[in-house]
Design a protein around this ligand. Structure first.
Ligand code: LFR
Length: 462
């Protein structure tokens, strides 16, 4: 994505799009990270000319480098099964309550902490001299410089959200050598310049500075929520739904831990207090099984299916792995004594109702646990293109939804670069610019919160 930023303008152009296709090999599910890097180079070439570059991606995953700086194998996908049963091993040394009090990170089997515990003893791990999170790895290949960007580092479960530095004691107790990580850098910090070979391959003219951004896509997306003030919740919708609040301090209570809220780090000292919800992954996987039918037609049909007939727990890690999704959703409905959705439209409706319900629960609980009430829900990311999901979310939350921008992560990335180059002001100024320049759609709740509350209770009873 190429961004163009002026004092009163902000434009984003898609210059190149490439698929990110996980690959299953005999040893498990892997990322084709060289393919992604090639896509980045093609994108730079297609841009023609740029003043600055910034990289963001999904969180938690990493590549290992040997002492020569060479990549040791393909990064493992966080949906790979290698972390099954690993958390219990970690908890035997550091109990979950202590881990949460020290890191504020929700339990997810794929947190980097559990991944590195699972990797121990492997041949690659034995040879590893450096661990770079995915966006830091791509940045390293572009610049030759290594760093660990803070917003993404906060998803490793090895960062203390109060000090915004490494959680030294946790690492020590779990015998994790923090020397494996490159020094921390923060959004806006310089991250080097494009290497001469990169300039040559892309046809760009140097020097082209690379800037650390909120390299966790969700950090960039939250930075691009076009909100005014603090009384807002956000939902970053895409493969995941990340629903929560922006706070100025972490919530590390036991109640917050059992509610599985995470305290990831955002821009300028903010905390992204949120919950991971399976998101449109549930639908994407169904579409894959159904042979990629026309989405527009399917959503129109789903809108005609009666609401809230069956709902599943969209926070359930049982939906994490790929494969057979329609069957697994039908199974969850059957097991909980609800009508079983059969047609693609019925399954789609069940997914969208379930997501809206999970959005409601997360927004409600986040306000209660953080003691920060909201008047509006901002929905950003790819899911803003799904009008039915936005309307159902407004209905379920009983609050207005402001939807947009769809490319929030890219906009947040671009704005942090622009700020580092003195083009925009603080976070509030960035948000004002977004609100002035980006098309937004407002959805009013249509009433019937009672039915959503009842569905919530039904699901809680299991
Ligand atoms: C969204 C996201 C989420 C993270 C998940 C796995 O793309 O980055 O924030 O929990 O992917 O990395």
């Amino acid at each position: 994505m190429a961004g163009r930023v002026g004092p009163d303008s902000l434009e984003l152009t898609e210059v190149h799009r490439f698929p990110n296709r996980p690959v299953r090999v005999p040893e498990g599910l892997r990322w084709d990270v060289l393919g992604l890097y090639a896509g980045v180079l093609d994108g730079l070439k297609a841009s023609g000319a740029v003043d600055s570059v910034g990289i963001d991606s999904w969180a938690v995953d990493y590549g290992l480098l040997d002492t020569d700086g060479a990549l040791l194998g393909n990064p493992v996908h966080y949906r790979d099964g290698r972390t099954d049963g690993i958390a219990e091993k970690v908890w035997a040394t550091v109990p979950p309550a202590e881990l949460y009090a020290a890191t504020g990170v929700q339990y997810a089997p794929f947190n980097t902490l559990y991944q590195v515990t699972a990797a121990r003893g492997s041949a690659h791990w034995a040879r590893a001299a450096r661990l770079l999170l995915v966006p830091d790895l791509l940045t390293y290949w572009l610049t030759g410089e290594q760093g660990t960007e803070l917003t993404n580092a906060s998803t490793t479960q090895l960062i203390d959200p109060r000090t915004r530095d490494w959680a030294h004691e946790v690492a020590e107790r779990l015998d994790i050598d923090l020397g494996l990580f490159a020094p921390l850098r923060r959004p806006g910090d310089p991250a080097g310049v494009l290497r001469p070979e990169v300039l040559e391959e892309t046809g760009l003219t140097g020097p082209v500075p690379v800037t650390a951004v909120g390299s966790h896509d969700t950090a960039s997306a939250v930075a691009a929520v076009p909100a005014d003030g603090v009384r807002f919740a956000y939902i970053c919708t895409g493969t995941w739904s990340l629903a929560g609040l922006e706070l100025d301090a972490p919530v590390l209570t036991e109640e917050s831990r059992t509610a599985n809220f995470t305290n990831e780090l955002g821009l300028d000292g903010t905390v992204r207090y949120l919950r991971n919800i399976m998101g449109l992954w549930l639908l994407q996987e169904c579409l894959r099984t159904w042979g990629e039918p026309d989405l527009g037609a399917l959503l129109r049909e789903a809108a005609q299916v009666p609401a809230l007939r069956s709902v599943v727990d969209a926070g359930d890690a049982a939906f994490l792995a790929p494969g057979r999704m329609p069957e697994r959703i039908a199974g969850a409905c059957r097991d909980s004594g609800q009508p079983v959705p059969v047609s693609p439209a019925e399954v789609t409706r069940c997914i969208l109702d379930s997501l809206a319900l999970a959005h409601r629960t997360a927004v409600e609980e986040a306000q209660r646990l953080a003691g920060q009430p909201v008047d509006v829900v901002h929905v950003v990311g790819g899911g803003t293109r799904n009008a039915l999901l936005c309307q159902l979310t407004a209905d379920a939350c009983g609050l207005p939804v402001v939807a947009g921008p769809a490319e929030a992560a890219a906009l947040g990335n671009v704005l942090v670069q622009a700020r580092a180059h003195g083009l925009v002001g603080d976070l509030a100024g960035m948000r004002r610019l977004l609100a002035r320049t980006q098309p937004l759609t407002r959805y009013e709740p249509r009433g019937g919160t009672q039915r959503w509350r009842a569905a919530q209770a039904r699901l809680a009873r299991g």
